[in-house]
Design a protein around this ligand. Sequence first.
Ligand code: 13P
Length: 263
Amino acid sequence: MSASTIKPWVVGNWKMNPVQAETTQLVAGILDQLSASDALAACHVGVAPIALSLMTVKQQLAEKSHEIAVVAQDLSVKAGTGAFTGEVSAELLKDAGIDHVLIGHSERREMFGDSVEVLKQKLVNALAAGLKIIYCVGETLAQRESGQANDVVMQQVKDIADCVSDLQWQQQVVIAYEPIWAIGTGKTASPEDAQAMHANIRQGLSVLTSAASQVAILYGGSVKPENAEALAACPDINGALVGGASLNADSFCAIVHAFAASK
Ligand code: 13P
């Protein structure tokens, strides 16, 4: 299987946004544009709202579409249930019908103490509970400028490799390459640079798992309708993890259409 036959993903990471009324409007706008569209057959689509809105977004989507996934932005290092104030475990997400979760976003690594050990525990919990994970990797500007980007990113992939079986790589893991210098800055990696990193990740993955050609590798970092088509045309870019542009139904759906049309 060549990597270009992977069905693409476009996932909106809403981060700590928006307020409830805007969330309802955003979901309605996405449903208006996508629920009757062929794009959902050609592209996996997901949205990652704040934890408070996971269930309301899921219910609102289910009125018109069961194909748009609701993705949790985080999960606990603790598994199951118990006296862990403020936490939501993988099992509780799964029990609520939430099947996908982001792990390793640079904002969590940098601001909330998600060390490699913490991320591995979250990943182990998520995989054991049957969740699909979107595992984020990416280098800083200083690391890119000093020529370390490939090594840094591959190390982040290797960090989790001993916790993921071939079958899990195949069925439960998506990688999102998000260069930190491109997140929320308006600067996007050029399609050539992004493709080169994605090819590097896939090559590195082939040493770690026989499922390397089946792992979707998404690009994230200032993805917009204006650059989506060029990114989607790259053979190893299997989708997008979209921040700012996913808070507007028109721009999010334009990105979905670009990826749906390209593969
Ligand atoms: P932006 O699209 O706002 O740059 O955010 C990317 C991101 O962090 C998605 O997870």
